[in-house]
Design a protein around this ligand. Structure first.
Ligand SMILES: Nc1ncnc2c1ncn2[C@@H]1O[C@H](COP(=O)(O)OP(=O)(O)OP(=O)(O)O)[C@@H](O)[C@H]1O
Length: 371
């Protein structure tokens, strides 16, 4: 029986070092929930707490109403898939999948029915009599997935399951995982540091940094309305400009350094003169007669799009950010620009995000609308 997972104010320390100071998240029954963040942010640590491999120093984790803090791993009824396939090399595919069912003392007929169904669901029927050494990485990971879900676990926990596969297979396998998860409807917690994978596979994502969840939301809402600069730059590319607020005649503008100004009617709690950070996605510029001026530093054709790397006047762009980019949709472009040419770009004001100068808060009023 799939369950909801309630994580309330959990604390994790290794020796004297606090890795997770106070973390809460509520994962719905049947949801595909992803922990996303840079290396070392505590994703695996949290997953291992849910699994029962790590002690919990404070707070509680519940499966539905049951507090599991002190329940040992083998009694939590968890399915797990890791980066290493962890399948038995001396057993065939079918025997690998049967293993957990035999331990749970299902009878022969039940085992056969369940294994047949899962072999079909993960599309490895034709390899069922092979030993793992004669399977590709993707096929082995399918076996690991089948083995984890055949026991009908309460939750499925996956830690970077695709990171040993090549890029093409990763894309193929993430669809396969999602398809199977939809079919069996099991609550899944998935760990990755790959933002594209997270966006593609998840119902909701928790973006983590140094033991803290910075934002929980649907992929689209995290991409379009990130809570802070960290999320904005970790998920997708963001162009960051230095800006200032101007309030005049009851109207609010954001000013770019070169004097270009955009009237904004959806900002909350800003003061005249307040310094802000303006964040624009590469696809949210359009070529116009007035806007911010730049020159084209580089240009890459990507079929449907052209990606330009841009150079702006000194002081326009926030320091320490990666290259400023404009992604031009060739379906709508009147002109393709050459390297060295000047271009005037207007940001789409409905889609830009404005952050406080300390980078911690999005000032757009509807930032929580999608949650
Ligand atoms: N057994 C341990 N003892 C001491 N410190 C640990 C232990 N395991 C992890 N840590 C520390 O806890 C922090 C979080 O590690 P964790 O493995 O959870 O990160 P992660 O987000 O999963 O990273 P990655 O993507 O690299 O796997 C790191 O600073 C790590 O060094």
């Amino acid at each position: 029986m799939s369950v909801a997972i309630h994580i309330d104010h959990v604390i994790k320390r290794y020796d004297q070092v606090t890795i997770i100071p106070n973390l809460s998240a509520h994962i719905k029954n049947g949801e595909f929930f992803t922990l996303l963040g840079p290396s070392g942010c505590g994703k695996t640590t949290l997953l291992r707490m849910i699994a029962g491999f790590n002690s919990i120093e404070g707070g509680e984790i519940k499966f539905d109403d049951l507090v599991i803090n002190e329940i040992p791993t083998h009694k939590r009824n968890i399915g797990m898939v890791f980066q290493s396939y962890a399948i038995f090399p001396h057993l065939t595919v079918r025997e690998n999948i049967e293993y957990g069912l035999k331990l749970r003392r299902f009878n022969k007929a039940e085992i056969k029915t369940k294994v047949d169904a899962i072999l079909k669901a993960v599309k490895i029927e034709e390899y069922q009599d092979r030993l793992p050494e004669r399977l590709s990485g993707g096929q082995q990971q399918r076996v690991a997935l089948a083995r984890a879900i055949v026991i009908h676990p309460n939750v499925l926990l996956m830690d970077e399951p695709l990171s040993n596969l090549d890029a093409k297979l990763r894309v193929e396998m993430r669809s396969a995982i999602r398809e199977v998860q939809n079919q069996v409807g099991i609550t899944t917690v998935y760990v990755t540091h790959d933002q594209e994978e997270a966006l593609a596979i998840s119902d909701r994502i928790a973006v983590m940094q140094t033991g803290v969840i910075e934002q929980i939301g649907k992929p689209q809402s995290i991409y379009t309305r990130p809570y802070n600069v960290f999320v904005s730059t970790f998920i997708g590319h963001s162009n960051l400009f230095a800006g200032k607020v101007k309030v005049e005649d009851h109207k609010t503008f954001v000013l770019f350094q070169d004097g270009y100004q955009l009237e904004m009617d959806n900002l909350s709690a800003v003061a005249d003169g307040q310094e802000v950070i303006i964040s624009v996605r590469p696809e949210e510029f359009s070529v116009q007669e007035d806007g911010i001026q730049c020159t084209i530093h580089n240009r890459v054709f990507l079929g449907k799009y052209v990606n330009y790397t841009l150079a702006f006047a000194p002081g326009m762009v926030m320091e320490n950010q990666s290259a400023t980019e404009f992604s031009q949709d060739l379906g709508h472009a009147e002109k393709v620009f050459e390297i060295g040419e000047t271009m005037i770009l207007r940001p789409n004001k409905a889609k830009i995000n404005i952050f406080t100068a300390d980078q911690r808060m999005n000032l757009i009023r509807d930032v929580k609308q999608y949650e």
